[in-house]
Write a protein that binds this ligand. Structure first.
Ligand SMILES: [Zn+2]
Length: 69
């Protein structure tokens, strides 16, 4: 349910402004899809960590293989 913090009021999605802001105070209303920062987007630094870990493991695998010979 969209909740406006300044007004302390619950809004139905259809009673909000078209851009997802509160009709009373004009603030972005919490719980409105598209207003909050994209919730399921993976942050870029996560992929930096994944690439670093994958590169490290790959390097260790190559190193381990080289020691066999
Ligand atoms: Zn409001």
């Amino acid at each position: 349910m969209p909740w406006c913090e300044p007004c302390e009021k619950n809004w139905t999605p259809s009673s909000l402004s078209a851009d997802g802001t509160c009709p009373d105070c004009g603030e972005p209303v919490e719980g409105t899809p598209g207003v909050d920062h994209e919730p399921h987007k993976t942050p870029w630094h996560f992929w930096v960590g994944v690439v670093a870990a994958a590169g490290y493991l790959l390097w260790r695998a190559i190193e381990g293989l080289l020691r066999l010979f």
